[in-house]
Design a binder for this molecule. Structure first.
Ligand SMILES: Cc1cc2nc3c(=O)[nH]c(=O)nc-3n(C[C@H](O)[C@H](O)[C@H](O)COP(=O)(O)OP(=O)(O)OC[C@H]3O[C@@H](n4cnc5c(N)ncnc54)[C@H](O)[C@@H]3O)c2cc1C
Length: 381
């Protein structure tokens, strides 16, 4: 047995995902980066390939696979060369849709989860607001009950897929005086009157993905779009974060490993002072140091994936994994830029983009500092 995690079937799946990333997405990466946009057919193609429902049950169109197929998928994503597209796809499969799978009624699953898995509907997750990011309980968007409707008012910011989403898994306060205990989740159709995308935000990296500011003005959402029970949304958001953080951790390790792979090729062929850069001991040691960091993070992340797959809620381990992997990726890719010299700073080598894209991961889905707060609490500090 080469590894306890991956079987021959996983490796066959890996080859399929890799081929898709390298032949169907990577050739467009530059163009989408330039355009700061990508076409929506990607969701449909990813749906056809079965990538959007890897672990979801077969009844809703998923493949019902174990979590290590998801790991394989996330590990191959960086080969698209397009972090923005990868993030948009992960929002679809691992951030916006899991609450529907866990909490949705049969009707909600049929109306939303089935087309999301097919890539026919695009989804987003709407939690963050201008005054409430890390402090999720402080959100101010309200959902006031009015007969058979909830009337939604408020603003969300930094919402990935916000400009293209058909449906948003939205957090809003149903009992604004209650803090944690007054939040609920809704399925909000973006064609409802009163919903608008007020801005597409310019950002450091992940350029092709849309990051948006959304406004809700008296949006009347039918009461059967409540997801789960009223006033339990905060805990549902916290549980959803575990899967989101785990795919971020897997992708961060894979992204760093891919950049290191390219850097190894580069230092072998780049000559300085009459010999390849790789022949300098300092270079070799830098490469090996990075490899050690990557492999240590990788195996800790695998351990968390296994825990997660046992249907446990390993918040402490996932938080540790997110810190280890995302902070490591930023350090490693930064060092790889250094080893490329001036070429690392040039766009055509793709390393500077990998750095800009990777930088998000220590912030999005819970910052490193918030991860430390979670761990601190869980170890009794
Ligand atoms: C490109 C991008 C895409 C995103 N996509 C989505 C999305 O699709 N949906 C969504 O809902 N959100 C999304 N987000 C939001 C993201 O999850 C938040 O940015 C993140 O949770 C941090 O919140 P904040 O930006 O408000 O920072 P703040 O909460 O204001 O934090 C500012 C700083 O204070 C630190 N800090 C906060 N609290 C503490 C504390 N208790 N102790 C110590 N330090 C602390 C933070 O670590 C950080 O360094 C996205 C963000 C970005 C940048």
């Amino acid at each position: 047995m080469k590894t306890p995690w991956f079987t021959e079937e996983h490796e066959i799946f890996r080859r399929t995902v890799r081929k898709f990333m390298e032949t169907e997405l990577a050739p467009h990466a530059e163009e989408w980066e330039e355009q700061k946009d990508f076409p929506n057919w990607i969701f449909k193609r990813a749906g056809e390939m079965g990538f959007l429902g890897i672990t979801y049950p077969e009844e809703v169109g998923g493949s019902g696979c174990d979590y290590f197929y998801k790991v394989v998928y996330c590990e191959e994503l960086p080969r698209s060369g397009c972090g923005g597209v990868n993030m948009a796809l992960l929002v679809q499969s691992d951030m916006g849709s899991p609450p529907i799978n866990i909490l949705g009624t049969k009707e909600q699953k049929e109306e939303y989860l089935v087309p999301i898995i097919k890539g026919e509907k695009i989804c987003a997750i709407g939690v963050t607001e201008p005054n409430a990011g890390s402090d999720v309980a402080a959100i101010r968007t309200t959902a006031r009950r009015d007969g058979d409707y909830y009337v939604i008012n408020g603003t969300k910011t930094f919402i990935t897929n916000g400009a293209r989403a058909d449906v948003i898994t939205l957090a809003a306060k149903t009992d604004p005086d209650k803090g944690y205990d007054g939040m609920s989740l809704f399925l909000l159709d973006t064609d409802l009157p009163g919903f608008s995308v007020s801005r597409k935000l310019e950002k450091m990296g992940m350029h092709p993905s849309d990051t948006t500011e959304l406004v809700f003005e008296d949006v009347r959402v039918p009461k059967d779009k409540l997801l789960g029970e009223e006033n339990t949304g905060f805990f549902e958001v916290m549980i959803n974060f575990q899967g989101e953080r785990l795919v971020a951790a897997i992708s961060a390790v894979a992204g760093a490993a891919l950049v290191l792979e390219k850097t190894m090729e580069y230092v072998k062929q780049r000559e300085v002072f009459g010999k390849p850069l790789s022949k300098f001991q300092v270079t070799r040691h830098k490469i090996v140091d990075m490899l050690c960091e990557i492999e240590a993070a990788r195996h800790y992340v695998y351990h968390c994936c296994w825990l997660f797959d046992q249907d446990k809620n390993p918040a402490k381990e996932v938080s540790i994994a997110k810190i280890l992997s995302t902070e490591m990726a930023v350090r490693v890719i930064n060092q790889c830029i250094q080893l490329h010299g001036g070429y690392g700073y040039m766009r055509e080598y793709g390393i500077e983009r990998a750095f800009r894209d990777a930088r998000l991961a220590t912030i999005g889905g819970g910052t490193t500092e918030i991860m430390k707060e979670v761990i601190g609490k869980m170890i009794g500090l």
